[in-house]
Design a protein around this ligand. Structure first.
Ligand SMILES: [Zn+2]
Length: 411
């Protein structure tokens, strides 16, 4: 099959005007100017000459489970109040509600051009009931051992039997482990998750240093999150030792380049120094969620500083319980307002090349190159000028017109 594109944004070299792309099976096997790559006799041609064609976008952090919660929780006075509110909402929903939410979330991701998503799954027991998704999904098994009656060993055993019984993500996606956050997952659980992930060669994802309340809990042993968790029975002896949430986790010795750290808003000078102690190629990946960040009014995210440390920075949406859309381009436009010095190309890297690397699929996803997976999307193109390609992509507020995942046209 040949795809003709008005403008091809490969994310691997300059954009190509009037381009042609040959797909064989699920792979890209040639790309060039249209004149140099004519269709073979009888070869199917997809005409996208009025479009910009680019790699399918990769959402580095999402919770499909909560896709029915858009607008359900007004911006809260405190992060803890939000945690309590979402816990109450979760208790009012049943398995069918969550299954419907996951489908709704998948449809919205696709509508806005996402072809791969790193999804944190709080209800992995529902997965056998989820039909094969027309989307690459990395199912990150959420692990929490803060509650009574659930031992750390039970949580790990549950995750391992889950991965033994099924191949999450089927042929196109993948799986991972996700100890939820240092305030809900013990250091023992983090250590075991790291060990399991190493053995299974899977990425690990966690929420870290998100809120001022998490910082106060660990550093000062005080504040609303501290008191709430103490009252539900969390052992609090790891709090109040002037240690930051990041240092709390870093000193487990588990964090390396297989880790995806989500949020990382509350970092001190000492935290940056700790990050620098690891060789650049072994530093963890970091995900920023601009909409959720602004909803909670978190401390500024140190994009440029982390970037200067060679950290691989990705963008995700988080869930619809703390943002209003699963559109990654919308998230990038938000990020552009807080980081105006970032170029449109740099912004697009955070939803293509960078998350592909975080998911250990560099060279296969997030770029249109020879041998890469055929995951492409097409956007309407007001400009056909290569220099404006990245800005035109970023400015697009329309749903995608056409999408291919793994060599199959799906929209
Ligand atoms: Zn999250």
């Amino acid at each position: 099959m040949i795809v003709h594109a008005g403008l091809l944004v490969t994310m691997d070299g300059p954009p190509i005007a009037d381009a042609a792309l040959r797909i064989e099976g699920n792979r890209i096997c040639a790309l060039a100017h249209r004149d140099s790559l004519p269709p073979a006799p009888g070869e199917h041609v997809v005409d996208l000459r009025d479009h910009i064609v680019l790699p399918g976008l990769i959402n580095a952090h999402c919770h499909l489970d909560y896709s029915m919660m858009r607008g359900a929780i007004s911006p809260p006075k405190s992060f803890t109040a939000w945690v309590q509110r979402i816990n109450a909402l979760k208790r009012s929903l049943d398995a069918d509600d969550y299954l419907a939410a996951i489908q709704r979330g998948i449809a919205e991701l696709r509508r806005w051009g996402t072809t791969s998503v790193a999804n944190i799954e709080a209800f992995p027991e529902l997965m056998p009931r989820i039909p094969p998704a027309p989307l690459r999904i990395w199912w990150f098994y959420e692990m929490i051992d803060v509650r009574h009656r659930i031992t750390t060993e039970d949580v790990v055993a549950g995750a391992l039997s889950f991965f033994n019984q099924q191949a999450p993500g089927g042929e196109t996606g993948g799986g991972g482990l996700s100890p939820h956050a240092p305030y809900t997952a013990s250091r023992t659980l983090y250590g075991l998750a790291a060990e399991c992930s190493r053995k299974l060669s899977m990425p690990v994802c966690t929420h870290l240093a998100e809120s001022r309340e998490e910082f106060a809990m660990f550093h000062d042993g005080s504040g609303p999150l501290h008191d709430f968790l103490r009252d539900i029975g969390r052992p609090m002896e790891d709090c109040g030792h002037k240690q930051t949430p990041f240092a709390h986790l870093w000193h487990t010795g588990s964090i390396d380049h297989s880790w995806i750290l989500v949020h990382m808003n509350e970092l001190t000078e000492d935290d940056f120094a700790l990050l620098e102690t690891a060789p650049t190629e072994r530093r963890p990946h970091i995900v920023h969620c601009p909409g959720s960040h602004s909803y909670f009014n978190h401390s500024p995210f140190a994009f440029r500083r982390l970037q200067s440390l060679g950290i691989n920075l990705c963008v995700g949406t988080d869930s619809l319980a703390s943002t209003d859309s699963l559109s990654l381009l919308r998230e990038l436009r938000r990020l552009q307002t807080t980081e105006p010095s970032l170029s449109a190309r740099e912004l697009l890297e955070t939803v293509t090349l960078n998350p592909a690397r975080a998911l250990q699929r560099q060279g296969q996803l997030g770029a249109l190159t020879l041998g890469a997976c055929a995951d492409l999307i097409a956007l309407p193109s007001p400009h056909k000028v290569s220099e404006l390609a990245y800005d035109s992509v970023l400015a697009c507020t329309e749903p995608v017109h056409w999408m291919m995942i793994d060599g199959k046209i799906v929209a």
